[in-house]
Design a protein around this ligand. Structure first.
Ligand SMILES: Nc1ncnc2c1ncn2[C@@H]1O[C@H](COP(=O)(O)OP(=O)(O)OP(=O)(O)O)[C@@H](O)[C@H]1O
Ligand SMILES: [Mg+2]
Length: 212
């Protein structure tokens, strides 16, 4: 059975697609069989894949009806990892992704307001955990942090109000993230030894430890 990670946040522009694509590519570069599911009708992950003419080396499929958990039963067969890029707003789509997942990552910009905006998602995940013996697990990932800023105490406090941990190390706001994706690549391809690639690998290491 594939491990399923979804990247969810009802807030638009939180960095879901960027994180989902980079995690999928990092897993692929580690010799895993990866499927990236684009659950957003905007189709950004599919656009990225087309821009690169499939150079990413793993399939990107669109599932934009709220039946992801059912469709993955057969679709995920033969894969080690499935990464789901979440939709903004559509409550049913997000609920379906939660049901399909072993782990939910919640990218948030480092502001208490952005963390509080995840209230309904946190409640949805916790309700699911109660009927499934704790699956999916969930963690926050700080995304688009401004360079040179440390995680402010207010942000740490806001996250502590929820039971979910915050992964160590942020994804900073770096032009290379957007730039590398224009032609269907990632920072791992364009600057594999750069700071942005390091951030992604550092996050992935913690995720792998959570699954170990
Ligand atoms: N770490 C980053 N550094 C710089 N730019 C970023 C970073 N993460 C995301 N962006 C940019 O911010 C915008 C929103 O990011 P992205 O599309 O990943 O968010 P999203 O949560 O998937 O949005 P939506 O809710 O619309 O699907 C994009 O233009 C993207 O290139
Ligand atoms: Mg998106």
């Amino acid at each position: 059975m594939a491990n399923v990670i979804s990247v969810l946040n009802p807030k638009g522009g939180a960095g879901k697609t960027t994180l989902a694509i980079h995690l999928a590519r990092a897993l692929h570069l580690d010799n895993n069989k990866v499927l990236l599911v684009d659950s957003d009708r905007q189709g950004s992950a599919r656009d990225w894949n087309e821009a690169g003419d499939g150079r990413s080396g793993f399939p990107v499929v669109g599932l934009d009806r709220p039946t992801i958990e059912k469709e993955l039963v057969s679709l995920a067969e033969g894969y080690d990892w499935v990464v789901i890029d979440g939709a903004a707003k559509l409550e049913k789509m997000i609920a379906s992704a939660v049901k399909a997942s072993d782990l939910v990552l919640i990218p948030v910009q480092p502001s208490p307001l952005d963390i509080w905006a995840c209230d309904s998602l946190v409640e949805m995940i916790q309700a699911r955990q109660q009927v499934t013996d704790g699956i999916p697990s969930a963690a926050f990932v700080v995304s688009r942090a401004k360079k040179g800023t440390v995680l402010a105490r207010e942000v740490a406090d806001a996250v502590r109000d929820y039971e979910f941990p915050i992964l160590h190390g942020s994804i900073h706001d770096r032009t290379i993230f957007a730039k590398s994706m224009i032609d269907g690549a990632t920072v791992l391809d364009d600057e594999p030894e750069g700071a942005a690639a390091f951030e992604i690998r550092h996050l992935l290491k913690q995720i792998m430890e959570a699954f170990a």
